[in-house]
Design a protein around this ligand. Sequence first.
Ligand code: RIB
Ligand code: CA
Length: 319
Amino acid sequence: MPDPKPVLIDADPGLDDLLALVLALRSSALDVRAVSVVAGNVSVDACAANALRILEAMDIDPPPVFRGCAESLAPPVRRAGHVHGADGLGGVAHAWPVRRLRVEKAHAADAIPDLARRHAGALTLVAIGPLTNVAAALQRDPEGMANLREIVAMGGSGDGRGNVTPRAEFNFYADPQAARIVIRSGLPVTLVGLNVTEQALLSRKRFHRRLAAMQEGPLRQLLLGATGPYFDFAMQRRGKDACPLHDPLAVAAAIQPDLVQTRPMVCDVADEPGAARGMMTAQPAEGDPDREPGASVAQVAMGVAVEPFLDLFLNTVCG
Ligand code: RIB
Ligand code: CA
């Protein structure tokens, strides 16, 4: 068994963030060195409190949590309380008071490059919310960020589809300027977008069957109690009682990269206000002779091994 991969998870918990954080923290393949939170699904303060609630519900020695940006680079902001609950935790946050953990004093945009520098090329940043913290870190300390091994981000879509508008995915819509800064950073970036995450559907029935066999305790109670609205929203939107595991798939791509098939693509994100806001474009990079200088090539996930991913997710989260 190789040494666990050191990672930092930047999130906006959020219900699929909850599932992604549990997957990362229970995976023996990852060493979660820190969690940072960013405004996205709900406010940054609500995200910070939810991150602490999730860590307290798990019987682990928790990583530090850093609070990040409260506003995207390109206001107006859009939240997703209709998907994740106004509290970001399916409406049950009130039943999970934060008892012992606190966020760190440092801002996430300082903590992320500091941690990258301390891990000298070994740290993977898994970003599963709007990329505001990552962009701020790149602006504050590009040398520190150059120490990152890679960035794996849930965002956009390899086929241009959207879930906020027909062409814009939430994380890129919420902060298109940040997404553009990250994609143009020159760092190794892997994008896990809706074209693959919407194939990674977990049925409520299968999830509940595995939860029923899970050891009783606070984590099982939280997973069962919080995730109902996420399945309900998926049922309303798609007519199927199965939810897309957007953020968990990005974490799984860091755990086992061959779960997704990637392709080098020249990517961009529309960051001007209006109907195109947050729209991602991606053109195959192979043999692109007239690629504009400074163009941004990212590894874009274009395929996913759905059953192996769902098995990894369920065996790790509910095992
Ligand atoms: O489009 C899905 C993404 O937006 C996920 O990260 C979800 O948590 C929301 O933030
Ligand atoms: Ca998220």
